[in-house]
Design a binder for this molecule. Sequence first.
Ligand code: GLU
Length: 263
Amino acid sequence: MNKLGITLISIFLVLVAFYFLVMRPEKYQESDVYDDILQRGYIKVGINVDAKPFGFIDDKGDVTGYDAELARYVARYILGNPDRVQFVSVTPNNRMLKVSTGEVDIVIATMTITPQRREIIDFSVPYDAAGQAILVKTSSAITSLTDLNGANVGVIWGTTAEKNMQKMVPTANLIGFKSYNNAYVALKNGSINAITSDDTILSRFAIEDSTVKMLPKRYSREPYGIGFKKGKCTKKLKAALDDTINDLKQKNVLLRMRKKWLE
Ligand code: GLU
């Protein structure tokens, strides 16, 4: 090799060394949310505490329910300790924003996996599923979706039922609520004629109050997933969440949770 060749190779090696030792490209790479959780030592979980039996506050003031229990399984899987969870209250309307801004690492909040939502955030494999149902007063003449034509129908802002209703019964007068409990109070006092949302949540009102009933028909299928940031930064996190859910499915834990909380 001539002198010029040796010089060029030397320059090349110096540049490569400079790039890796001084520029340190890995420091510009976004870390995985999974690693952030490990480093922090706890996981920030968005949960809807107005969605009994999935998320609610018990007599002792603790967050409890199906989604809360699942969050603790996730913490156990990732951090080896089910108590390493910090719950952050979310609503159907703000939960995607809280994921995108990083205020929460994950959302476990009866959240349906939909193609539209998938454009903004990512989801785990489904852990359960619901169907859109209608809750009315026991004395109501409403028996199906078509009877909602011209009726005052309560929906929770940001839910799939809100979107579905605009397509299925555009003639219904949709009244939006922030919480399930507010919608329930409105149904009881007669300011709305029905509420439509997931059967898994509405059934609770019918179980606890015989003056309201859930109609038998379902109008959608709503697979529930754990939501998190979309992209490369959640590759490890997604694998961990999917593993957790698949493991819980295989051991029939999810089935037991469904029985415990929904029956
Ligand atoms: N599963 C439905 C949804 O994701 C309704 C339940 C809820 O979000 O509160 O929109």
